[in-house]
Every structure is written in C-alpha cells, then in structure tokens.
Design a protein around this ligand. Structure first.
Ligand SMILES: [Zn+2]
Length: 218
C-alpha cells in the first residue's frame, strides 16, 4: 500500500508555516510515497508562476525518494473571480474546498465552472452526503461520471470525517460508488504531522478498494 497525502500547505498560503522544501522533506523522511502541495489560490495570487516553478524544482530534487505533485486549493465561498482556469494546465490537480458550506457557490454553478479546468479535480473537506440531501441528487453517481475525486480530510476540523470513519453504511456507499478516494492531512505546520492517522486513513481507503486519483495505484 502506498501512503498518499494530497492536501498540504506551505508558506505560499497565508496560514502555512513551513517552506515547500520543509514540507516535502518531512513527508519523505516519514515514508510518505506521494505528497501533493495544495496552497490557497487566493494567497498565491500573482506568484502562481513562482509556485509552480518551486514545485517543479522539488519534483526533480526528490524524484528518487517521494513523488511530489503540484496542486492548488480553490476557495468556493464564494467562487473566486480572479482565477484563470487556463492556468490549471500547469497543475497536477485542483481541490475545490467546502462545497457543502452555506456560503459556497451553487453546486450546479460549480459543475459548469469546473469544465474550464484542464487538470484533475477533487473535492476537499466536503460532506458529500450532506450535499446529496441538500440538492436531492445522487452526487456519488455524478462524481464517478465526471471523474471528480473525493478527499477524506483527517485534520479533525471537519465532522464529516468522524461520521465517515464510524459509519459502515457510508463506507459501503462510497465503496459501491467506485468514486476515486483521496487522503488529505490539510497540514499547515509540520509540527502537526500525524503519521499514525495518515497511515490509518490510507488503510481505510485501501480497505474500501476505491480507485485512487491521478492514476495512482496501491
Ligand atoms: Zn487546505
């Protein structure tokens, strides 16, 4: 089983503490196989070129030790007006956060907007069961059809995570849906790195036998 963590912040984010180098080095030292850096698009702003270049540099530097992916976390509360989706060609993936939040953009607006993106897309810390109820749609079917992956965010800041790890029924639904599952720590400081929980969450995803995103295999 590979250990993946596709949600990490560096000091490109207003709330990230460490450099991208420190975050990747910490993950490599702890045996993580694939790390995705996903800083906030609104914090990076016009430093996006610098951000992508730094991730390219780290991909190359660490290629024999850990796979580094260049992601981006995009706020949806509300939808940002200043993010040119064309930039997504240069990214490995984008995470759209908290679509279940009451302040978030409308789900149908999201489906329209996301068509502009050229990279893979995932939902970060989003309670998809809550969204199914709110909109009366089978979101799992839509995620599967549109190849959108879903993150199990184990930061402890989102109650859907606790619901999910304790609900056999929800786990069964996710497993049967066949959607792609991701694991994210949402780390903002390497002092909070929790290897045990990271491994446990990866084990849960592996147990459900859902495919991983971005062509990653177990
Ligand atoms: Zn985040």
């Amino acid at each position: 089983m590979k250990i993946i963590d596709l949600h990490n912040h560096t000091n490109f984010s207003y709330d990230g503490h460490d450099s991208a180098y420190e975050v990747v080095e910490n993950a490599a030292r702890n045996g993580v196989d694939i790390i995705g850096i996903t800083d906030h698009q609104f914090s990076i702003g016009d430093r996006i070129g610098e951000y992508i270049a730094e991730m390219e540099r780290l991909k190359e530097k660490y290629k024999d030790h850990i796979t580094v992916l260049c992601g981006l976390e995009i706020g949806t509360r509300p939808r940002p007006q200043d993010f040119p989706a064309v930039l997504s060609e240069k990214l490995d993936y984008c995470l759209f956060e908290s679509l279940d939040d009451d302040r978030a953009m409308d789900l149908y607006e999201f489906f329209e907007w996301k068509r502009l993106f050229k990279c893979d897309i995932g939902l970060a810390h989003t309670d998809i069961f809550k969204l199914c109820e709110k909109y009366g749609v089978d979101l799992l079917k839509i995620l599967k059809r549109d190849n959108i992956f879903w993150e199990i965010n184990f930061s402890g800041n989102y109650t859907y995570y606790y619901d999910f790890i304790t609900s056999r029924e929800k786990q069964r639904m996710i497993s049967e849906s066949g959607i792609k599952l991701s694991v994210g720590s949402d780390l903002h400081w390497i002092g909070d790195f929790d290897l045990k929980r990271l491994v446990q969450t990866n084990e849960l995803a592996a147990r459900l036998k859902n495919p991983l995103p971005l062509g990653i295999t177990y």
